[in-house]
Design a protein around this ligand. Structure first.
Ligand SMILES: NC(=O)c1ccc[n+]([C@@H]2O[C@H](COP(=O)([O-])OP(=O)(O)OC[C@H]3O[C@@H](n4cnc5c(N)ncnc54)[C@H](O)[C@@H]3O)[C@@H](O)[C@H]2O)c1
Length: 312
């Protein structure tokens, strides 16, 4: 079985370990902080067992048996087809860890970062093996949300991009190709547009934050859980997307001149929105609600497995 090295065993690293173990890969986990990788083993086993309740895994014990904590950095990397890097989100950290990875990894090992915001060219330019480096950005938690944004630097080889795409697809993820390096990749640019408008609408007292969430939960989000925005608008006018644009472009053009400004993120404004939302949950409630979210996501993933794709 192929081997993946998971570098950094926090929230994202542990979830990636589940993705690859579930798909039959050998998984070796390393963390820069003493004891973290060993402690992650229990959380990974628990996470795999939770998948069983929704029939999202056949044999969680066998999958857990394929995961081990590394004895050293070199032990983690040796013989890996892929390294999935999940260390803290600072440029210094990514520069240091990629230099170390490139020095140790065999020439055909692909080096992928989970970074949410740091494009590959910022920390791989001077590496000998820079053509095997890319971003593979997941959404939290990747064992329940399958999208992974693949974005290479200008020097990442097309063969590496293709192999990465095949690997992520083969372990049950849904890779997309971000064709050029861009701040925020695709998913977070979309999320940024929505969040900025949401903060603006609440801060200007046009809607409560609770009612705004209802608009997504019981409105846009229902279709978006199985169709994209283009597929959605295609069905919102009899003549498809050209017809939709003819009908509604004047309206969208008007709103395009009234977009939220960067000042929606000023502290006094975000504090006002947070206060309107209500008290921040204590750590216990936060953890309980995270477990509830993951349980609902697993149920949704199981449901989506049974949904039919459109066929003509
Ligand atoms: N949390 C999210 O929602 C999310 C989503 C997508 C991508 N990401 C990206 O994934 C990466 C990891 O994020 P996370 O949320 O898992 O963070 P995290 O804080 O949960 O995990 C980071 C891990 O790195 C380890 N670490 C700390 N210093 C280190 C060092 N010097 N060397 C090696 N390891 C070290 C920590 O012990 C910890 O286990 C980041 O690049 C982040 O942008 C996060």
């Amino acid at each position: 079985m192929p081997k993946v090295a998971i570098i950094g065993a926090g929230l994202i690293g542990r979830a990636w370990a589940m993705v690859f173990a579930r798909a039959g890969w050998d998984v070796v986990v390393w963390d820069g902080v003493e004891g973290v990788a060993a402690k992650a083993m229990e959380l990974i086993s628990q996470g795999l067992a939770d998948l069983k309740r929704h029939e999202l895994i056949d044999d969680p014990d066998a999958a857990a048996g394929r995961v081990r904590a590394a004895q050293s950095f070199e032990d983690a990397i040796a013989g890996a087809a892929l390294v999935q890097e999940n260390t803290p989100e600072t440029l210094e950290m990514k520069r240091e860890i990629f230099a170390r990875l490139d020095a140790v990894a065999e020439p055909n090992t692909i080096l992928a970062s989970s970074t949410s915001s740091l494009v590959t060219s910022l920390y791989t330019e001077n590496l000998k093996g820079r053509s095997r480096c890319l971003v593979a950005h997941p959404v939290n938690p990747p064992h329940l949300v399958p999208i992974v944004e693949l974005c290479g630097a200008p020097w990442t080889s097309p063969e590496v991009m293709q192999s990465a795409r095949e690997i992520y697809r083969s372990v049950g993820q849904v890779p997309i190709h971000v064709k050029r390096e861009v701040d925020g990749f695709v998913l977070n640019r979309l999320q940024t547009a929505l969040l900025a408008e949401a903060f603006r609408l609440v801060e200007e007292d046009i809607v409560t934050p609770q009612d705004l969430d209802e608009t997504i939960r019981n409105g846009l989000g229902l279709r978006w859980s199985f169709m994209g925005p283009f597929e959605t608008i295609e069905l919102n006018a009899p003549g498809g997307i050209p017809d939709y644009c003819r009908r509604y472009s004047p309206f969208f053009r008007r709103l395009a001149n009234d977009q939220p400004k960067a000042s929606v993120w000023d502290e006094d404004k975000t504090n006002a929105v947070a206060a309107a939302w209500g008290p921040t949950p204590d750590p216990q409630k936060h953890a309980a609600k995270t477990r509830w979210r993951d349980e609902q996501l697993a149920a949704l993933a199981a449901h989506k497995r049974k949904m039919k794709p459109f066929t003509e």
